[in-house]
Design a binder for this molecule. Structure first.
Ligand code: TYD
Ligand code: MG
Length: 471
């Protein structure tokens, strides 16, 4: 009886053993799923024909076991020796703030963004700022030659003997460089070009990217050198390669912006050392990126005066308030189904608010096309901009401008009530600083903002009340 029960288990072990010995494995290029057999459709992410045959990535396992063997027994958390001052400030405030207050030693950050948005420029400028503080920095480019880098460096006036550049894609060479050069900060541009000779797959394939990231992560933790990996993005805007990549690194930054606009926004979507709501605003000039320390002033600079459809609202981005101009255009349509084109705002939210405006404030948009935009190419996804959206729609529909010195803040509910928003005092102070003299806000927030001099606060409980005050 006993032996009969053991038999199937023994067979199972044998099967596993045979599979482990397979020389190649099929890896899904979109999610990293692995299978010993070729499959037409990835069972993990559902992508078609995404499985590609690759050599078994046993090098990764070796690297991991090396790392693990360094670890000794677990120790109590309060006995771990660490210095508190382990941050390196780059001196570019917008960048340091997004990282949560400078670079952390031994951290690995991934920075993604569309091609040509300025990732390499940003990284070169960050390294240059560190080099002029007498830190030894290393820029590894797998995309540009040293000559091209030097030409770009000259154009951006980057001359420093501490700034080292190399054009290299072999991960083994790069890791040995870390030991011989001993840099303080390293940038790898880009992770998709890195190549590990242990694997037969082409650079940019899931196994190469994963292996390179893993080895760099282990090196960063071991040596304490902060590293930045530049990552390409897919058509959908996610970082190319396995999703796992974002789990491996400490920080994931996205560098966004419309290439037609001059502004670029650096946003942290994951940060083990700080908040993820922070944004850094930069402007692309002919001599590189420049920090924008007061984005509100720039976003509002070209605001039209007495124009119907334009409303200013205060949006929070991390710890910072940014005043933005929401624009709406409601024009009569000849189409059976009116058009709704929304840029910079959540289109579902706008549809919901348009329905509330129709029911509660008599803004009948049925025969109207509706176009909405946030000036300057910014995105505002916060509920606190709701009242601003409704007021912009109403202002265009009624063809009556909202007073130029008024800021509108508040979340709008389905019954037309105006609900409280967070950090109202910061929003009011910023509005006051930029010369606004009146703020229409939720009455339940009134107490928190009262006492800020130089601005008249008007508390409203419902959308209809706000409409009466504004129009
Ligand atoms: P780059 O950093 O190469 O982009 P990425 O690495 O994200 O692909 O930036 C390239 C773009 O930036 C290019 O289209 C031109 C523009 N640019 C400027 O406008 N001014 C400058 O000083 C530099 C260096 C680039
Ligand atoms: Mg680049």
């Amino acid at each position: 009886m006993e032996s009969r029960r053991l038999l199937p288990a023994f067979c199972f072990c044998r099967c596993v053993f045979v599979k482990k010995n397979t020389k190649t494995i099929f890896t899904c290029q979109s999610c990293g799923y692995q299978s010993p057999k070729w499959l037409g459709k990835c069972p993990e992410c559902g992508a078609w024909e995404s499985l590609i045959e690759e050599a078994q990535p046993n090098a990764a396992a070796r690297a991991a076991s090396r790392f693990l063997s360094v670890q000794s027994a677990p120790i109590p958390i309060d006995q771990v020796v660490c210095d508190t001052e382990e941050r390196i400030m780059t001196g570019i405030n917008e960048f340091d703030r997004v990282l949560g207050g400078g670079l952390v030693k031994g951290s690995l950050a991934l920075i993604g963004g569309d091609p040509g948005i300025g990732k390499s420029t940003l990284m070169l400028q960050v390294l240059h700022r560190l080099a002029i503080q007498n830190r030894r920095v290393l820029y590894v480019s797998g995309e540009e030659s040293v000559r091209q880098l030097s030409m770009r460096g000259k154009r951006l006036s980057m001359q420093s003997s501490h700034f080292l550049v190399i054009s290299e894609i072999d991960i083994d060479v790069i890791l040995s460089l870390l030991e011989s050069v001993k840099p303080d900060v390293v940038v790898i541009d880009s992770i998709q070009t890195m190549f590990n000779s242990d694997l037969s797959a082409a650079p940019g394939s899931v196994s190469q990217v994963r292996e390179a990231t893993l080895r760099l992560m282990l090196a960063a933790k071991k040596t304490g050198i902060p590293m930045f990996l530049v990552g390409h993005v897919t058509k959908e805007g996610a970082i190319a390669g396995p999703r796992l990549l974002e789990h491996m690194v400490d920080t994931v930054l996205y560098f966004e912006g419309d290439r037609n606009h001059l502004f670029r926004i650096l946003r942290a979507v994951k940060n083990r050392f700080g908040s993820t709501n922070e944004i850094g605003v930069f402007e692309m000039r002919d001599r590189g990126l420049e920090e924008v320390s007061n984005p509100s002033a720039i976003f509002l600079a070209e605001r039209p005066v007495h124009a119907p459809g334009s409303v200013v609202t205060a949006s929070m981005e991390g710890t910072r308030t940014i005043l933005i101009e929401i624009q709406a255009l409601a024009s009569s349509t000849s189409l059976g189904t009116p058009r709704r084109t929304i840029l910079g705002l959540d289109s579902n939210r706008v549809a919901l608010l348009a329905a509330v405006a129709e029911k509660k404030a008599g803004i009948h948009l049925m025969g109207h096309d509706l176009f909405m935009n946030v000036a300057g190419g910014v995105r505002a996804d916060e509920p606190a901009v709701d009242l601003g959206i409704v007021c912009a729609i109403a202002s265009s529909f009624l063809d009556r401008p909202v007073d130029d010195s008024t800021v509108v803040v508040g979340e709008v509910g389905l019954t037309g009530e105006v609900r409280a928003v967070g950090q109202v005092d910061a929003r009011v102070s910023e509005s006051c600083k930029l010369g606004f003299t009146r703020c229409v806000m939720p009455s339940s927030n009134f107490k928190r903002a009262a006492g800020i001099p130089g601005i008249e606060l008007i508390g409203v409980q419902s959308l209809t009340e706000a409409m009466e005050i504004l129009f």
